[in-house]
Design a protein around this ligand. Structure first.
Ligand code: AHR
Length: 522
């Protein structure tokens, strides 16, 4: 038997005992002035694969129940989660989209080839009016992405005039001719998409000048007040952010009223050459994916620090208008259609991102998961007349309580989740207080196989009751299918109890929990 000294033995016993008792601790502070923008729970719908066609639009003559061509089941699902905003028509597609092809009598609309996504023929059946109808049916705000890559300032400003002008303008007349008398109040406009890549292969300097030219030229009509969003660079391109923010802050006021947001895209892909299966993965794959998702925190923080330098009053919003997991497509599906399944791994990582955005809500004003239906980390999958809701959908459902709530800053001392030589926090959370004074805390246990306990105390709140909902499964690869649509759905949670003003929470492995607390302020 190996002999060890008494000192080492005592130390190792102490570490073991500490390890067994060890729990994460959370202190929830009093609310600060930050309201969590409901648009953090936003969406993205691109003309890509079966997102629009089949996913949203089936046409008026379809046997699938629809209202003016838009699927009723998808509309009902999106209303349930209070989907606040939808970005459209792309993505890369936006920079080859010419909006005039998508208006007027449908049978007369010009066709085009969708060169980015499989070279399929786009018949423009779903255009501006159909998109606005969709937004009205789900009660969400539209967020248009304008074409900078292959379009012109005139084309984008005509689109704005078409949608929002009520004066005697050529585009208002055209809109009326196409059956819409009143203008729409469209606020959100992206000035191009990924202009460093598919949106024009521009340098930061080139795009900064384009952004200034477009932003200045795109004018308000009537009551609509445009919220223009500049395209960001690659996620870690901080010089790009410097370039835009510098131009904004040093333009002697010229741009100050003309630019409101700055876009960030982040796909959590550990290895772009080996994205891996969405449904078959090991603990190492899980760990890599969760870690990659957590990296967005640092990226947001670093871009925010640059923005703070030029815009200490936080007038410019960070708009994370594409985010999510990107895995291999499902076997037998068109590789260009980006159709992937969605498991508890997607639920856990969606919740991580939403917690991070909540915690940075002083700067993050909108986020749009990629994408809404049938593409990438989708909330909804459809197959002909059938529709299923993914684990990611259920996270959006659980988290909707944070929309428009007051952020409660948190101090979390999390246990580590270590695999090999890397360690990440095992627990992640955010908290808010809604208008009625209810507190919601959303927790994620990132650990593949270990339960976590959290002792949660409050600086200015005395909890009296606690209830909750949990999304978890006996298997991390669990997912909903058309045969088993309810394999992963939220359940009531009984793992939290109040003891002397402290809430003890037990989080099963790989789970997402949202607690609701009632109580009083102290
Ligand atoms: O969401 C898929 C694509 O990813 C988008 O079209 C593009 O903006 C991004 O690179």
């Amino acid at each position: 038997m190996k002999t060890i000294s008494l000192g080492v033995w005592i130390l190792s016993m102490a570490i073991q005992a500490f390890g067994q008792r060890n729990e994460s601790t959370l202190v929830v502070s009093a609310p600060d002035s930050t309201i969590i923008n409901k648009n953090i729970y936003g969406h993205f719908a691109e003309h890509l694969g079966r997102c629009i066609y089949g996913g949203i639009w089936v046409g008026e003559n379809s046997s699938i129940p629809n209202t003016r061509g838009i699927r009723n089941d998808v509309v009902a699902a999106l209303k349930r989660i209070q989907a606040p905003v939808v970005r459209w028509p792309g993505g890369c597609f936006a920079d080859e989209y010419h909006w005039m092809d998508g208006i007027g009598p449908r049978e007369q609309r010009a066709k085009m080839v969708n060169t980015h996504w499989g070279g399929v023929v786009e018949d423009n059946g779903f255009g501006t009016h159909e998109f606005m109808d969709f937004c009205e049916q789900i009660d969400a705000e539209p967020y248009f992405c304008g074409n900078v890559g292959s379009g012109t300032v005139k084309e984008m400003s005509d689109w704005i005039q078409y949608l929002t002008s009520n004066d005697e303008t050529p585009m208002a007349a055209l809109r009326k001719k196409n059956g819409r008398e009143k203008p729409w109040n469209v606020k959100y406009w992206a000035v191009g998409n990924e202009t460093w890549g598919c949106g024009g292969l521009m340098s930061a300097e080139h795009y900064t000048n384009e952004m200034a030219r477009y932003s200045y030229a795109l004018k308000n009509y009537g009551e609509a007040r445009l919220y223009k969003v500049a395209s960001g660079g690659l996620p870690w391109d901080y010089e790009w952010t410097e370039s835009i923010m510098k131009k904004w802050s040093t333009s002697d006021g010229w741009l100050q009223g003309f630019l409101s947001g700055y876009s960030l895209h982040y796909y959590a892909v550990p290895d772009w050459n080996k994205k891996g299966s969405a449904t078959e993965f090991t603990e190492a794959d899980w760990f890599a994916s969760v870690s990659k998702n957590l990296e967005i925190e640092e990226i947001v923080r670093k871009h925010a620090a640059i923005m703070d330098k030029y815009d200490p009053d936080k007038r410019i919003g960070m708009i994370v208008d594409e985010w999510g997991n990107w895995f291999d497509v499902e076997q037998g599906t068109n590789p260009a259609f980006l159709y992937q399944q969605n498991t508890m791994r997607d639920a856990v990582t969606a919740a991580l991102n939403l917690n991070i955005f909540n915690n940075h809500a002083d700067r993050v004003r909108m986020a749009n998961i990629a994408q809404l239906v049938n593409v990438l980390q989708a909330l909804i999958l459809t197959d002909g007349p059938n529709m299923i809701l993914t684990p990611t959908y259920h996270v959006f459902d659980l988290f909707k309580v944070h929309q428009k709530a007051r952020l409660l800053p948190t101090k979390l001392e999390s246990r580590g989740y270590t695999l090999g030589d890397r360690s990440i926090p095992a627990v992640n959370c955010s908290a808010s207080m809604d208008e009625s004074g209810k507190v919601h805390i959303s927790f994620v246990n990132t650990h593949f196989k270990e339960t976590q306990t959290v002792a949660c105390s409050f600086e200015r709140f005395i909890p009296r009751t606690v209830s909750g909902r949990i999304l978890v499964s006996s298997s991390v690869v669990a997912h909903n299918t058309f045969e088993q649509p309810n394999a992963v759905t939220p359940q009531n949670f009984s793992g939290a109890r109040i003891s002397d003003r402290v809430i003890q929470v037990t989080l099963p492995p790989a789970s997402v929990v949202v607690l609701e607390l009632e109580g009083s302020n102290r």
